[in-house]
Design a protein around this ligand. Structure first.
Ligand SMILES: C[S@@+](CC[C@H](N)C(=O)[O-])C[C@H]1O[C@@H](n2cnc3c(N)ncnc32)[C@H](O)[C@@H]1O
Length: 195
């Protein structure tokens, strides 16, 4: 399925290094809100979708996970491969067939993936999640971290501020037991796929 998102939109930004994350801050946040919260043991195979310049893929590897990063933006992937040569990064559109075995990841995680900022009931976002679910092992977990003020505003010239119900309705299509909540200015949605 083709995506309406322009893959080159982040080109200039990524060539200059993208967001300047604090390693300590990101480590502490993800240890508390990801690793401890979901009780994730070291060694899990993880796919980070929309990894941008690869910072968090590298962080997740340093935290003990076997993480692969994937993004549609070629500049981001090129930057990631140079900056973190020991890690694996793949240039691909997450709405299409991916170069992985199906049912091969324990965790699929995505932080701020552009397609989850717009119409969650639309074909693009639904198709994206449906496609990604193919690569999750039975019993695996899908985790979305996304910024929204939960107001439901849908500006025509900016990202949508989807509500938690919008996210719940989206993920319930795939897993009626998904959890959707809001924490410290970021929402996390996680779905435990059924055996
Ligand atoms: C807001 S950035 C987030 C980057 C990174 N996750 C972070 O937290 O710094 C959104 C990312 O989604 C990626 N993206 C958008 N559509 C995609 C798709 N269909 N497949 C893979 N990546 C996609 C963009 O290229 C961009 O790198």
């Amino acid at each position: 399925m083709a995506t309406a998102f322009a893959p080159t939109i982040y080109d200039e930004f990524y060539v200059s290094g993208g967001w300047r994350y604090s390693t300590v801050r990101e480590w502490l946040w993800h240890r508390k809100n990801l690793v401890k919260r979901f009780d994730l043991p070291r060694g899990l195979r993880m796919l980070e979708v929309a990894c941008g310049i690869g910072f968090h893929t590298n962080l997740f590897c340093r935290m003990g996970f076997d993480c692969v990063g994937l993004d549609i933006n070629a500049s981001g992937i090129e930057y990631a491969k140079k900056k973190y040569p020991k890690r694996t990064y793949v240039h691909a559109d997450a709405t299409t067939d991916l170069p992985f075995d199906e049912s091969s990841f324990d965790i699929i995680i995505t932080r701020g993936c552009s397609l989850y900022h717009y119409d969650l009931a639309g074909e693009t976002a639904v198709g994206l999640t449906r496609n990604l679910m193919r690569y999750l092992k039975p019993g695996g977990r899908f985790i979305l971290i996304i910024a929204t003020d939960c107001s439901g505003r849908r500006p025509s010239d900016n990202i949508w501020q989807n509500t938690l119900t919008d996210y719940r309705n989206h993920f319930e299509r795939f897993d009626p037991d998904c959890t959707v909540d809001w924490y410290c200015g970021l929402s996390i949605s996680s779905a435990q796929k059924k055996q």
